[in-house]
Design a protein around this ligand. Structure first.
Ligand code: HEM
Length: 441
């Protein structure tokens, strides 16, 4: 058995300010010092195992997934704001929800939503102005939020309600980050009423969603959107989802679906702006294959280079940059012993840039994801996770991102003066800002 190298608690304390601002360099230094798997002491008798070992990642997420569960960071801390639905639930409850909701995200079902999603994208992009430099990150945030909103509630006029929901989703997430990064201040957050204030926000968002659902149930006409599919979906015994559960699932789709996609889109646009020759090839691919009279899914499937650019952007900047799991029992993997209760953090960011598995890992090279290369690719790429808890919205996200890149590049040439991008890893990996120049074609 191999012995895990340990980063002391003193070392963590010494670096606490850096870790609070951006933990990625600290992770990276320790991977360099201690190898692909190491342990970080975070308190008396408390440690977290960090890994970028592909064998461990594959065992934990897929081959031995039954022996692991999500950590309390998701099942408790996140769940107190967004409830117990797909992302935050565990065990039988999660399985029943997943089985019920999965069909709504099937490619064929999604095909019926693409027109609505495209409309939302076009509307949001009207806010772009030619010959201007804009920070696209907040714009992509609004765009991704509106796309989920319209996919869920296709025809309702819910702009005001959605702005409120977006505000709540985003401020609650900021609160959660403070709780996670400053656990020593949680007593103060409780005492000063800050946590309660945010829990009250969550209550408000539930009420607001309930109003939209009530309105929908009162309507005679059927709508072919995600809410309709969730309302009609049944468990194996033929019963429907309880109202509170439905509200939790809707909140979770907003939380899981908007920020991740906004981040990935912002990084993709930045990389295309920095690589004009690749951007030009993507533009030509779009020009040659996208026709307004064509079925959307048909032209989406004819844009392999556009998709490869998005995939390569998510390799370099995976929105979900770490995936956590907790061991349900004592277990040995890759010659390491992990005792029951061990918290494992799998660094997707580090694995995606691991020099043993990627040639010239820091460079942007969409060709890595060509059909021929993909066939030979090992288990080193996890932007959507893997195994039974893999992202349910992966096709939704890919379609949305392709449609957005198509809309933008059909109208503008984009460029960036900045050679690098400053990262802001919170719950997801965000850019600080992405200032791009838009020149009309
Ligand atoms: C680029 C965009 C996205 C990325 C990178 C992403 C990434 C991920 C990852 C890595 C997981 C697995 C987490 C884990 O195993 O702990 C996940 C789960 C999930 N994602 Fe996504 N996601 C994206 C977009 C979306 C969208 C658009 C939706 C819905 C509209 C969505 C809904 C979910 C849900 C509900 C789960 C939990 C699934 C379960 O546990 O059964 N995601 N996502």
């Amino acid at each position: 058995m191999r012995e895990l190298k340990t980063v002391s608690q003193l070392e963590v304390l010494r670096n606490r300010k850096r870790i609070l601002a951006n933990p990625l360099p600290f992770h990276s230094e320790n991977f360099k010092k201690y190898g692909d798997t190491f342990r970080v002491k975070v308190g008396p008798g408390k440690a977290i195992v960090f890994t970028k070992d592909p064998e461990i990642v594959q065992q934990v997420l897929q081959k031995q997934q039954k022996k692991f569960q999500k950590s309390p960071l998701q099942t408790k801390d996140l769940a107190k704001y967004i409830g117990h639905g797909l992302l935050t639930a565990e065990g039988e409850h999660w399985r029943a929800q997943r089985r019920m909701i999965q069909p709504a995200f099937h490619r064929k079902k999604l095909a019926g939503l693409l027109g609505t999603m495209q409309l939302a994208i076009k509307e949001e992009l009207q806010r772009f102005e030619a010959d201007k430099t804009l920070d696209v990150f907040p714009l992509m945030g609004d765009l991704a939020f509106q796309v989920v909103a319209r996919a869920l509630f296709s025809h309702s006029d819910i702009r005001d309600k959605m702005s409120r929901l977006q505000y709540i989703t985003e401020t609650n997430q900021k609160m959660l980050i403070r709780e996670m990064r400053q656990p020593y201040l949680v007593w103060w957050f409780k005492l000063s009423g800050q946590i309660n204030k945010h829990l009250k926000y969550s209550e408000d968002s539930r009420k607001l969603l309930n109003e939209i659902i009530e309105e929908r149930i009162g309507l005679e006409r059927e709508k072919d959107d995600l809410l309709d599919m969730l309302l009609k979906a049944t468990y194996e015994d033929g019963t429907h989802m309880a109202r509170q559960q439905l509200i939790d699932e809707v909140l979770i789709l907003f939380t899981a679906g908007h920020e991740t996609t906004a981040n990935a889109l912002s990084f993709t646009l930045f990389l295309l702006a920095r690589h004009p020759e690749i951007q030009e090839k993507v533009y030509r691919e779009i020009q040659e294959n996208v026709r307004p009279d064509m079925d959307i899914l048909e032209w989406i499937s004819k844009l392999p280079l556009t998709q490869q650019c998005i995939e390569e952007a998510m390799r370099l900047y995976p929105p979900v940059y770490v995936i956590d799991r907790m061991a349900r029992e004592d277990i040995s993997i890759a010659d390491y012993d992990f005792s029951k209760g061990t918290l494992l953090i799998m660094s997707v960011y580090e694995l995606h840039r691991h020099s043993d598995f990627w040639i010239d890992p820091e460079s942007f090279n969409p060709g890595r994801f060509s059909k021929e290369h993909k066939k030979k690719m090992g288990p080193y790429y996890y932007p959507f996770g893997a195994g039974p808890r893999m992202c349910i919205g992966n096709s939704f996200a890919i379609y949305e991102m392709i449609m957005t890149v198509v809309e933008i590049l059909s109208t503008y040439t984009i460029s960036s003066m900045s050679p690098t991008i400053e990262l802001n890893p919170l719950i997801s990996l965000k850019p600080k800002e992405v200032r791009l120049n838009f020149q009309e074609r």
